[in-house]
Design a binder for this molecule. Sequence first.
Ligand code: AMP
Length: 391
Amino acid sequence: MSHARSTEPILPGSTIGVLGSGQLGRMFAIAARRMGYRVHTLSPDEDTPTGQVADLEMNAPYEDLAAICKFASGVSVVTFEFENVPAETAAAAERCAPVRPSGQILHITQHRLREKTFLSQSGLPVTEFRRVVSLESLRSAAQEIGLPAILKTADFGYDGKGQYRIRTEADFEAAWQAVGEREAVLEGFVDFDCEISVVAARSVRADFVHYGAIENQHQNSILDISIAPARVPRAIAADAVEIAREVLEKLGVVGVLCVEFFVRKHGGLLINELAPRPHNSGHFSFDANVTSQFEQQLRAVCALPLGSTQQLTPAAMANLLGDIWNRGDPDWNAAAGIPDIKLHLYGKSVARPGRKMGHLTALASSTDQALEDVKHARDLLSRNGVSASSL
Ligand code: AMP
């Protein structure tokens, strides 16, 4: 039975199922519980960021379809915070409950080739790419695209994992090994001015809302800082929103989706990738907007009217990666001492380099000020890091 077409609202008091159990699910669960919903989460892990605030944490591998069906049967709608669940998992959930966004959207966006093919066939601007299945095809793809280029695994890649930058022909073998000698995508290296994203939501009635263009700065291919609104010309921000609108419309998204873009040196936008869920670059909305991206996801998947995305104040967000813990626990007191800084921690007990442990959001009268404040606050945290043993 397909549940996808029902537009009946799922009202407060109902239970929402979240596949995946990281920080995105945690912030979703906080938003949902605030509005009187119950939240169940399923993932293979225990004591998770989402599980800590959910009503129920189920542990099962995503491949355990009987467990998925049992999980979905206990909730009114299933959404996800981790899009790399197998297609059979989404299909099993869809047999037992509505899944929003649909498994078909997961299927496209969890695979770079399918995603880029969908985008280019839809006439949307995407980085030039070629499919690579062998060292030989890598050589010919590189001849067509030119160097430098980036080789990326076709599936299950995020935050720069499974990527290799190819500068000269001497890099081919190392690149092919780096992606595990399996299906990959070769992308032209984009000479960009900056990176921006648009987080947007679409309802069961096809209403569309967005959070404007957000400016993103990366470190080692991991998002480091987001600034909202982005400091780009108005026309570029407007183009990005229009492209995002088309993406959500063409995919038929019910939920939240983020489109990441490169703003090219000589103007023009190229889509880098899509994430069919709230996104790290939209975290500022938790503190700065009337309706956060997480509440918006809730509203969309529950077939409620979408909320206002009005941003109340300029904002900047800085990720807190596990690296900050290198010198012991960060000095939370220092961050708490700055009145316009909001601290978010995800409840992860083990800090590893590159692991997203939390974030800071600064609210200020201008984006430049918010950026300065959030960097200052993060510096204070790490500089004042006190050794855990001295506590
Ligand atoms: P991804 O995981 O594909 O989003 O890549 C992570 C980051 O690596 C991006 O946000 C960019 O900063 C950089 N990057 C990825 N692909 C390209 C590209 N084709 N050209 C230039 N930089 C890229």
